[in-house]
Design a protein around this ligand. Structure first.
Ligand code: DGL
Length: 264
């Protein structure tokens, strides 16, 4: 195994939501070490302009590259939609993976004639990356896209199942919506169980597991897989490390012991 294959995989998000993607990556790649960076000081990315999101994404990737990662996963949907090409070009030949294409291809594969409803941040919806990726997968697909800014705040505060959350989830998914709903934001999978209870006939798709299998397949092809038994995760955040440690466990589905404070 090469020394590059033994290096960790970098993953970043604007906050803790990307831990849902990290959880899927750890399931798919148990032998890998990961460095997870949450840019909590500058969250949310989902209301920022493309130029700002691109600058933040380049800085986050540079911080991970400086720690010697062998690949970067842009877990943030907003950054994947608005900055993936810039990040990949700037850091070539480092493999850089986003979450938009995997999520869109899965949603397009399961969609019926009612089409797909994309739920995401304001900037992701406005940027149109999901709409373009869905149309590229199936040019006849009916696509609706809707921003759900409150969901990020609710998820970040650790509120997952109460009457207020229930009201907001129902409000943001209109009656008569398409059968397939694409959760195009890192934070939304934390509501998945509740959503499936409220809308039992709806097929919810999120990018986490599809992204993890795309990353696993591509690293295998590049002979960059780490063959060890159990990998480690290092957690970095740009603010509020104690809160990250406490609330992040909800997203990851397991306890986080230590988080290092970093400046980008
Ligand atoms: N991580 C962002 C995303 O997936 C959501 C949170 C934010 O707005 O920064 O789009």
């Amino acid at each position: 195994m090469s020394s590059t294959a033994r290096a960790p995989i970098g993953i970043f998000d604007s906050g803790m939501g990307g831990l849902t993607v990290l959880a899927a990556l750890r399931d798919a790649l148990p032998g890998e070490d990961f460095i997870y960076l949450g840019d909590t000081a500058r969250l949310p990315y989902g209301t920022k302009t493309p130029a700002t999101v691109q600058r933040y994404a380049l800085q986050a990737t540079a911080a991970l590259a400086a720690r010697g990662v062998k690949a970067v996963v842009v877990a943030c949907n907003t950054a994947s939609g608005l900055a993936l090409d810039e990040v990949a070009q700037h850091h070539a030949p480092l493999p850089v993976y986003g979450v938009v294409l995997p999520g869109a291809s899965e949603a397009a594969a399961v969609a019926d004639a009612t089409g797909v409803l994309v739920l995401a941040t304001e900037s992701t919806v406005k940027g149109g990356a999901y709409q373009r990726a869905l149309l590229a997968a199936n040019g006849r697909l009916k696509i609706h896209a809707h921003a759900c800014p409150l969901w990020v705040t609710l998820a970040e505060t650790g509120s997952q199942s109460n009457a207020l959350v229930d009201t907001i989830l129902r409000h943001d998914i209109p009656t008569g919506h398409p059968r397939t709903v694409l959760l195009g934001c890192t934070h939304f999978p934390v509501f998945r169980r509740q959503l499936e209870e409220i809308f039992p006939a709806t097929c919810f798709v999120d990018s986490a597991s599809t992204t993890a299998s795309w990353v696993a397949a591509d690293l295998a092809q590049r002979r960059l897989l780490n063959q060890r038994d159990a990998g480690q995760v290092t957690f970095l955040a740009t603010d509020g490390v104690e809160r990250f440690r406490r609330v992040g466990g909800h997203f990851l589905g397991q306890e986080i012991r230590a988080v290092e404070l970093v400046d980008l």
